[in-house]
Design a protein around this ligand. Structure first.
Ligand code: EPZ
Length: 414
């Protein structure tokens, strides 16, 4: 098992470029299944989740060729309609082939995702939505079995689930009639998926707003699409810059995708220069305590919760971080407490009392964002921090160690 070793108390400065958004690229890969022919995705991050998704597509009969950061996906002939448990168990996001298989084949057999370290990861909203679109669904022996194509309907999501919105978007694009998805997720990755689908010939209005309207079409054609920059990877490096005083410039993403995070960083005492595709962060004074509550977009992203907790751990006062999206996403708090952070969990609130300094310690990554946040904590801790289970980090961060070293950090993988 590889570990990341961090020696703290180093100033960071310089510039990093983030890769394409993991939480868009995986769904764009699934969307390529909707059209016979070769679709090309560019700015695809070189991360292990993309590798697993490639295996899923190949299992279904597509061929995938990577050249640098571009993927050519040939979905001319699909030979199957099953996403097997061993692949879904490795990556829950594989369930996003459900919508594209329903659209393309009118048939899907997708393993139910297991739970994970941040929550139960249910798919009941996906299933309810597809059933409202007239797709026949049974769930037996740990699988979702779907038959039939979407027939236009008005679907109200009980929660603006990102995955459910994406599956319904893909199923309805190759369906009949008019579908309206109400209370849809508004994450930038949804708009990125809609942009690819529209380039493939889908007729979609309102992506990025709570109400998305789709006119089903009979067929889609391949397209060539550049993945949006990864706002969460960007936010992770901005927190690193705020922790270590910077100046650090993070390039390659749309700052409007991180509005609330930038506001909270400013409130915490960081100063930011915001450009069209970059943000420069620096901090000269103390870290000030700032309360945060995670919410669906445009609220504060749950995927930035652990990273922000690291910053608040050394604030000069008390604050509360509330996790409203996942039911069990505070495992990170137990690990950073081992580095001297003063964090108390009360239900879905983390009560944080800032301390003067963290101390380096052996810690374990429980999920990819918590793992990244522990490395950030090591950057400002006294002494050495060893983060184990770093395969979690490699799922969603391309060359995380290399990028931190380019900013002057003393970090290495062993
Ligand atoms: C996506 O997960 C992201 N993953 C997550 O990022 C992100 O945290 C999440 O959206 C919220 O922004 C990918 O895009 C691959 P949801 P997803 O459906 O689609 C509950 C990361 O670190 N729910 O919006 O699974 C669910 O249990 C990962 O990159 C149901 O109850 O998120 C959760 O509590 C972590 N029933 C909440 O909704 C359902 O049918 C949000 O889930 C679906 C979801």
């Amino acid at each position: 098992m590889r570990s990341i070793v961090v020696t703290g108390d180093r100033a960071l400065s310089g510039e990093v470029r983030v890769g394409g958004a993991k939480n868009s690229a995986l769904k764009l890969m699934a969307a390529a299944l909707l059209a016979p022919g070769v679709s090309v995705l560019r700015n695809v991050p070189d991360i292990s989740d993309v590798t697993v998704m490639t295996e899923v597509l190949e299992h279904l009969g597509a061929t995938v060729v990577r050249t640098d950061h571009a993927l050519s996906i040939d979905a001319t002939t699909l030979t199957g309609h099953e996403a097997p448990y061993e692949l879904v168990a490795r990556m829950r996001a594989s369930t996003c082939v459900l919508g594209s298989l329903v659209g393309r084949l009118g048939r899907a057999h997708v393993a139910m995702p297991g739970g994970c370290n941040i929550g139960s990861r249910k798919v009941d909203i996906h299933i309810a939505g597809l059933m409202q679109l007239g797709v026949e669904i049974t769930t037996e022996h740990g699988f979702i079995d779907a038959t039939g194509r979407a027939r236009g309907a008005h679907v109200m999501l009980e929660f603006p689930s990102v995955g459910a919105t994406e599956n319904l978007l893909m199923a309805a694009s190759l369906g009949s009639g008019t579908t309206v998805i109400d209370n849809a997720a508004r994450e930038p990755e949804i708009a990125d998926l809609a942009a690819l689908l529209s380039a493939m010939g889908a007729r979609i209005d309102g992506a990025g707003t709570p109400t998305i309207t789709i006119e089903g079409v009979d067929a889609l054609h391949p397209a060539d699409h550049v993945v949006i920059g990864d706002r969460i990877e960007a936010g992770t490096f901005l927190v690193a810059g705020a922790l270590c005083e910077g100046p650090v410039t993070v390039r390659g993403f749309d700052p409007s995708h991180l509005e609330i995070v930038l506001t909270k960083l400013r409130e915490s005492g960081a100063s930011l220069d915001v450009g069209a595709d970059f943000v420069t962060v620096r901090r000269t004074g103390p870290v000030r305590p700032v309360d945060v509550a995670t919410l669906p977009f445009p609220g504060f992203p749950t995927d930035m919760q652990a990273q922000f907790m690291t910053l608040m751990a050394i604030a000069d006062g008390d604050c509360v971080i509330t996790e409203n999206v996942f039911e069990n996403r505070f495992m990170f708090a137990d690990e950073i407490a081992r580095m001297g952070a003063d964090v108390r969990i009360e239900a879905h609130h983390a009560l944080i009392r800032g301390v003067d300094a963290l101390s380096g310690a052996p810690v374990r990554a429980s999920d990819l964002r918590a793992g990244a946040a522990l490395v950030l904590a090591g950057l400002v801790a006294d002494g050495e921090t060893v983060v184990t289970d770093v395969h979690h980090i490699e799922r969603g961060y391309e060359d995380f160690v290399g990028k931190l070293c380019s900013l002057g950090a003393d970090v290495r993988t062993v």
